[in-house]
Design a binder for this molecule. Sequence first.
Ligand SMILES: [Zn+2]
Length: 326
Amino acid sequence: MPEGDAVYRTARRLRRALDGRVLTRSDFRVPRHASADLTGRGVHETVSRGKHLLTRVEGGLTVHTHLRMDGSWRVLPAGARLPAGDLRTDAIRLILANAEWLAAGVRLGVVDLLPTAEEDRVVGHLGPDLLGPDWDLAEAVRRLSGAPAETIGVALLDQRNLAGIGTIYRAETLFLAGVSPWRPVGAFKDAASLGKVVDLAHRLLTANRDRAGIVTTGDARPGRSTWVYGRPGRSCHRCGTRIRTGSLGGVGPSEHGWPRSGQRPSSSEESREESRPDESRSSEESRAGVRGGMRRTPHQDPVKDTRGGRPSQERLIYWCPSCQPA
Ligand SMILES: [Zn+2]
Protein backbone atom coordinates (compact mmCIF):
# COMPACT_ATOMS: atom_id res chain seq x y z
CA MET A 1 0.00 0.00 0.00
CA PRO A 2 1.59 3.30 -1.06
CA GLU A 3 2.14 5.59 1.91
CA GLY A 4 2.09 9.38 1.96
CA ASP A 5 5.71 9.75 0.89
CA ALA A 6 5.16 7.68 -2.26
CA VAL A 7 2.10 9.74 -3.17
CA TYR A 8 4.11 12.92 -2.55
CA ARG A 9 6.78 11.73 -5.01
CA THR A 10 4.12 10.74 -7.53
CA ALA A 11 2.67 14.26 -7.40
CA ARG A 12 6.13 15.67 -8.05
CA ARG A 13 6.64 13.43 -11.09
CA LEU A 14 3.25 14.45 -12.48
CA ARG A 15 4.08 18.13 -11.90
CA ARG A 16 7.30 17.81 -13.90
CA ALA A 17 5.51 16.14 -16.81
CA LEU A 18 2.20 18.00 -16.89
CA ASP A 19 2.39 21.41 -15.21
CA GLY A 20 2.11 24.33 -17.59
CA ARG A 21 1.58 22.11 -20.63
CA VAL A 22 -1.51 21.64 -22.75
CA LEU A 23 -3.12 18.22 -22.81
CA THR A 24 -3.10 16.65 -26.23
CA ARG A 25 -4.91 13.56 -25.01
CA SER A 26 -7.05 12.48 -22.10
CA ASP A 27 -8.51 9.05 -21.81
CA PHE A 28 -10.71 8.20 -18.83
CA ARG A 29 -11.19 4.44 -18.75
CA VAL A 30 -13.74 4.45 -15.97
CA PRO A 31 -17.47 4.22 -16.73
CA ARG A 32 -18.37 7.34 -14.80
CA HIS A 33 -16.17 9.62 -16.89
CA ALA A 34 -15.74 7.62 -20.07
CA SER A 35 -16.90 10.54 -22.20
CA ALA A 36 -14.85 13.22 -20.43
CA ASP A 37 -12.30 14.95 -22.64
CA LEU A 38 -9.72 17.41 -21.34
CA THR A 39 -7.84 17.76 -24.63
CA GLY A 40 -6.74 21.32 -25.26
CA ARG A 41 -6.73 22.33 -21.62
CA GLY A 42 -3.60 23.46 -19.84
CA VAL A 43 -2.64 21.73 -16.60
CA HIS A 44 -2.07 24.06 -13.67
CA GLU A 45 -0.57 21.67 -11.13
CA THR A 46 -0.77 18.37 -9.32
CA VAL A 47 -0.75 18.33 -5.54
CA SER A 48 -0.88 15.49 -3.04
CA ARG A 49 -3.19 15.62 -0.08
CA GLY A 50 -2.43 12.68 2.19
CA LYS A 51 -2.74 9.75 -0.16
CA HIS A 52 -4.92 11.62 -2.66
CA LEU A 53 -3.71 13.26 -5.87
CA LEU A 54 -5.37 16.35 -7.30
CA THR A 55 -4.49 17.44 -10.85
CA ARG A 56 -5.95 20.87 -11.55
CA VAL A 57 -6.64 21.83 -15.14
CA GLU A 58 -7.86 24.90 -16.96
CA GLY A 59 -11.53 25.61 -16.73
CA GLY A 60 -11.79 24.97 -12.99
CA LEU A 61 -11.60 21.20 -13.11
CA THR A 62 -9.69 18.74 -10.93
CA VAL A 63 -8.77 15.18 -11.76
CA HIS A 64 -8.86 13.30 -8.46
CA THR A 65 -6.96 10.02 -8.26
CA HIS A 66 -6.00 7.66 -5.46
CA LEU A 67 -3.51 4.80 -5.68
CA ARG A 68 -5.31 2.67 -3.09
CA MET A 69 -3.61 -0.70 -2.67
CA ASP A 70 -1.46 -1.13 -5.76
CA GLY A 71 -2.07 1.76 -8.13
CA SER A 72 0.69 3.85 -9.69
CA TRP A 73 1.32 6.58 -12.24
CA ARG A 74 3.82 5.87 -15.04
CA VAL A 75 5.36 8.88 -16.74
CA LEU A 76 6.99 8.23 -20.12
CA PRO A 77 8.25 10.37 -22.98
CA ALA A 78 5.44 10.89 -25.49
CA GLY A 79 5.56 8.11 -28.04
CA ALA A 80 7.27 5.62 -25.72
CA ARG A 81 5.61 2.27 -25.24
CA LEU A 82 4.14 1.35 -21.89
CA PRO A 83 5.55 -1.78 -20.22
CA ALA A 84 3.68 -4.86 -21.42
CA GLY A 85 2.40 -5.66 -17.94
CA ASP A 86 0.64 -2.30 -17.75
CA LEU A 87 -1.09 -2.82 -21.07
CA ARG A 88 -3.06 -5.84 -19.93
CA THR A 89 -6.80 -5.53 -19.92
CA ASP A 90 -8.10 -2.55 -18.00
CA ALA A 91 -4.91 -2.04 -15.97
CA ILE A 92 -4.79 1.54 -17.25
CA ARG A 93 -7.55 3.69 -15.82
CA LEU A 94 -6.48 7.11 -17.07
CA ILE A 95 -4.11 8.66 -19.58
CA LEU A 96 -3.11 12.33 -19.56
CA ALA A 97 -0.63 13.31 -22.25
CA ASN A 98 0.95 16.38 -23.80
CA ALA A 99 3.40 16.92 -26.64
CA GLU A 100 6.32 15.74 -24.49
CA TRP A 101 5.02 13.33 -21.89
CA LEU A 102 2.48 10.61 -21.37
CA ALA A 103 1.21 9.90 -17.87
CA ALA A 104 -0.66 6.63 -17.41
CA GLY A 105 -2.57 5.85 -14.24
CA VAL A 106 -2.26 2.10 -13.69
CA ARG A 107 -4.66 0.20 -11.43
CA LEU A 108 -5.75 3.44 -9.76
CA GLY A 109 -8.26 2.88 -6.99
CA VAL A 110 -10.10 6.12 -7.76
CA VAL A 111 -10.42 8.19 -10.92
CA ASP A 112 -12.75 11.13 -10.58
CA LEU A 113 -13.34 14.49 -12.21
CA LEU A 114 -14.86 17.34 -10.27
CA PRO A 115 -14.92 21.13 -10.08
CA THR A 116 -11.75 22.43 -8.41
CA ALA A 117 -13.92 24.59 -6.17
CA GLU A 118 -15.42 21.41 -4.74
CA GLU A 119 -12.25 19.48 -3.90
CA ASP A 120 -13.31 19.48 -0.27
CA ARG A 121 -15.90 16.90 -1.22
CA VAL A 122 -13.13 14.35 -1.68
CA VAL A 123 -10.36 15.58 0.61
CA GLY A 124 -12.17 17.84 3.06
CA HIS A 125 -12.46 15.09 5.64
CA LEU A 126 -8.70 14.59 5.85
CA GLY A 127 -6.68 15.62 8.85
CA PRO A 128 -3.46 17.66 8.51
CA ASP A 129 -1.21 16.35 5.74
CA LEU A 130 2.11 15.13 7.17
CA LEU A 131 3.90 16.23 3.99
CA GLY A 132 1.71 19.22 3.22
CA PRO A 133 2.85 22.83 3.28
CA ASP A 134 0.22 23.42 5.97
CA TRP A 135 1.23 20.56 8.29
CA ASP A 136 -0.24 21.27 11.72
CA LEU A 137 0.92 19.03 14.56
CA ALA A 138 -1.35 20.59 17.16
CA GLU A 139 -4.40 20.03 14.98
CA ALA A 140 -3.41 16.40 14.39
CA VAL A 141 -3.08 15.86 18.15
CA ARG A 142 -6.40 17.57 18.73
CA ARG A 143 -8.12 15.24 16.26
CA LEU A 144 -6.44 12.14 17.67
CA SER A 145 -7.55 13.14 21.15
CA GLY A 146 -11.15 13.28 19.99
CA ALA A 147 -11.49 9.51 20.37
CA PRO A 148 -9.63 8.65 23.59
CA ALA A 149 -10.77 5.02 23.65
CA GLU A 150 -9.26 4.29 20.23
CA THR A 151 -5.94 2.50 20.17
CA ILE A 152 -3.04 4.60 18.92
CA GLY A 153 -2.39 1.96 16.24
CA VAL A 154 -5.81 2.42 14.69
CA ALA A 155 -5.91 6.19 15.24
CA LEU A 156 -2.63 6.82 13.40
CA LEU A 157 -3.97 5.09 10.28
CA ASP A 158 -7.24 7.02 10.30
CA GLN A 159 -6.67 9.69 7.64
CA ARG A 160 -9.26 11.93 9.26
CA ASN A 161 -6.86 12.45 12.16
CA LEU A 162 -3.74 13.02 10.10
CA ALA A 163 -3.10 12.14 6.48
CA GLY A 164 -0.25 10.14 5.02
CA ILE A 165 0.54 7.29 7.44
CA GLY A 166 0.23 3.74 6.17
CA THR A 167 1.02 0.44 7.81
CA ILE A 168 4.81 0.80 7.53
CA TYR A 169 5.07 4.23 9.13
CA ARG A 170 2.58 3.23 11.78
CA ALA A 171 4.65 0.24 12.88
CA GLU A 172 7.96 2.06 12.70
CA THR A 173 6.72 5.19 14.48
CA LEU A 174 5.30 3.22 17.38
CA PHE A 175 8.48 1.18 17.71
CA LEU A 176 10.68 4.28 17.79
CA ALA A 177 8.33 5.89 20.30
CA GLY A 178 8.40 2.76 22.47
CA VAL A 179 4.63 2.70 22.47
CA SER A 180 2.39 -0.37 22.32
CA PRO A 181 0.07 -0.25 19.28
CA TRP A 182 -2.79 -1.14 21.63
CA ARG A 183 -2.36 1.80 23.99
CA PRO A 184 -5.55 3.86 23.97
CA VAL A 185 -5.07 7.43 22.80
CA GLY A 186 -6.54 8.59 26.10
CA ALA A 187 -3.81 6.75 28.06
CA PHE A 188 -1.09 9.16 26.96
CA LYS A 189 -0.02 11.40 29.81
CA ASP A 190 -0.83 14.61 27.98
CA ALA A 191 -1.03 16.26 24.57
CA ALA A 192 2.74 16.72 24.53
CA SER A 193 3.48 13.01 24.87
CA LEU A 194 0.98 12.21 22.12
CA GLY A 195 2.54 15.00 20.09
CA LYS A 196 5.94 13.31 20.36
CA VAL A 197 4.58 10.24 18.57
CA VAL A 198 3.00 12.38 15.86
CA ASP A 199 6.20 14.37 15.44
CA LEU A 200 8.15 11.13 15.01
CA ALA A 201 5.85 10.08 12.19
CA HIS A 202 6.25 13.48 10.59
CA ARG A 203 10.03 13.26 10.74
CA LEU A 204 10.06 9.72 9.31
CA LEU A 205 7.91 10.66 6.32
CA THR A 206 9.89 13.83 5.72
CA ALA A 207 13.19 11.94 5.82
CA ASN A 208 11.91 9.48 3.23
CA ARG A 209 9.98 11.73 0.89
CA ASP A 210 12.84 12.21 -1.56
CA ARG A 211 13.85 8.60 -1.97
CA ALA A 212 12.17 5.47 -3.24
CA GLY A 213 11.80 2.88 -0.50
CA ILE A 214 11.31 3.49 3.18
CA VAL A 215 14.31 3.53 5.54
CA THR A 216 13.64 4.16 9.21
CA THR A 217 16.85 2.72 10.67
CA GLY A 218 19.35 4.78 8.71
CA ASP A 219 20.54 1.55 7.09
CA ALA A 220 19.19 0.97 3.58
CA ARG A 221 20.60 -2.56 3.23
CA PRO A 222 18.01 -5.27 2.52
CA GLY A 223 16.57 -6.58 5.76
CA ARG A 224 17.98 -3.65 7.75
CA SER A 225 15.81 -0.77 6.55
CA THR A 226 13.03 -1.15 9.12
CA TRP A 227 12.95 -1.86 12.84
CA VAL A 228 9.89 -4.07 12.99
CA TYR A 229 7.78 -3.77 9.82
CA GLY A 230 8.02 -6.91 7.69
CA ARG A 231 10.30 -8.67 10.20
CA PRO A 232 8.06 -11.20 12.02
CA GLY A 233 10.03 -13.76 13.99
CA ARG A 234 13.31 -11.92 13.46
CA SER A 235 15.36 -10.43 16.27
CA CYS A 236 14.75 -6.85 17.31
CA HIS A 237 17.70 -4.76 16.11
CA ARG A 238 17.70 -3.03 19.48
CA CYS A 239 17.07 -5.71 22.10
CA GLY A 240 17.14 -9.09 20.33
CA THR A 241 13.58 -10.04 21.29
CA ARG A 242 11.59 -11.75 18.56
CA ILE A 243 9.44 -9.31 16.56
CA ARG A 244 5.79 -10.24 16.80
CA THR A 245 2.76 -9.60 14.63
CA GLY A 246 -0.74 -8.93 15.84
CA SER A 247 -4.07 -7.68 14.67
CA LEU A 248 -5.42 -4.28 15.55
CA GLY A 249 -9.09 -3.55 15.33
CA GLY A 250 -10.06 -1.85 12.10
CA VAL A 251 -11.44 1.62 11.91
CA GLY A 252 -15.04 0.53 12.10
CA PRO A 253 -16.85 1.97 9.10
CA SER A 254 -20.27 1.47 10.61
CA GLU A 255 -19.46 3.04 13.94
CA HIS A 256 -18.42 6.20 12.13
CA GLY A 257 -21.37 6.14 9.79
CA TRP A 258 -19.28 5.23 6.78
CA PRO A 259 -20.51 2.81 4.16
CA ARG A 260 -18.93 -0.56 4.72
CA SER A 261 -17.27 -0.98 1.35
CA GLY A 262 -16.44 1.40 -1.43
CA GLN A 263 -19.95 1.50 -2.73
CA ARG A 264 -21.26 4.57 -4.42
CA PRO A 265 -24.49 6.20 -3.30
CA SER A 266 -27.46 4.03 -4.11
CA SER A 267 -29.10 4.49 -7.47
CA SER A 268 -32.09 6.20 -5.93
CA GLU A 269 -29.83 8.70 -4.20
CA GLU A 270 -28.02 9.25 -7.41
CA SER A 271 -31.05 9.89 -9.57
CA ARG A 272 -32.36 12.26 -6.95
CA GLU A 273 -29.07 14.14 -7.10
CA GLU A 274 -29.09 14.24 -10.85
CA SER A 275 -32.55 15.70 -10.99
CA ARG A 276 -31.53 18.54 -8.72
CA PRO A 277 -30.95 21.78 -10.61
CA ASP A 278 -27.34 22.77 -10.29
CA GLU A 279 -26.77 26.38 -11.00
CA SER A 280 -23.12 26.29 -10.10
CA ARG A 281 -22.31 23.91 -12.90
CA SER A 282 -20.62 25.75 -15.71
CA SER A 283 -20.64 24.96 -19.38
CA GLU A 284 -16.93 24.17 -18.92
CA GLU A 285 -17.85 21.27 -16.68
CA SER A 286 -20.57 20.11 -18.99
CA ARG A 287 -18.20 20.11 -21.93
CA ALA A 288 -15.65 18.07 -20.02
CA GLY A 289 -18.29 15.63 -18.96
CA VAL A 290 -18.56 16.42 -15.28
CA ARG A 291 -21.81 14.85 -14.25
CA GLY A 292 -24.19 16.10 -11.66
CA GLY A 293 -24.72 12.65 -10.25
CA MET A 294 -21.39 12.50 -8.51
CA ARG A 295 -22.25 14.80 -5.67
CA ARG A 296 -21.86 13.32 -2.26
CA THR A 297 -21.08 14.43 1.19
CA PRO A 298 -17.63 13.72 2.64
CA HIS A 299 -18.89 10.85 4.76
CA GLN A 300 -19.85 9.08 1.56
CA ASP A 301 -16.40 9.45 0.06
CA PRO A 302 -15.85 6.19 -1.80
CA VAL A 303 -12.14 6.39 -1.04
CA LYS A 304 -11.79 4.28 2.02
CA ASP A 305 -8.53 5.75 3.16
CA THR A 306 -7.99 3.26 5.89
CA ARG A 307 -10.78 0.91 5.08
CA GLY A 308 -10.38 -0.05 1.45
CA GLY A 309 -8.81 -3.20 0.13
CA ARG A 310 -7.84 -5.99 2.44
CA PRO A 311 -8.67 -5.11 6.01
CA SER A 312 -6.38 -7.83 7.30
CA GLN A 313 -3.38 -5.96 5.95
CA GLU A 314 -4.29 -2.66 7.51
CA ARG A 315 -4.94 -4.38 10.82
CA LEU A 316 -1.62 -6.17 10.78
CA ILE A 317 0.90 -4.67 13.15
CA TYR A 318 4.52 -5.62 13.81
CA TRP A 319 5.98 -4.81 17.18
CA CYS A 320 8.63 -5.69 19.72
CA PRO A 321 7.05 -6.75 23.02
CA SER A 322 10.14 -5.64 24.98
CA CYS A 323 10.70 -2.26 23.37
CA GLN A 324 6.97 -1.49 23.25
CA PRO A 325 5.54 -2.70 26.57
CA ALA A 326 1.82 -2.58 27.13
ZN1 LIG B 1 13.14 -4.63 21.00
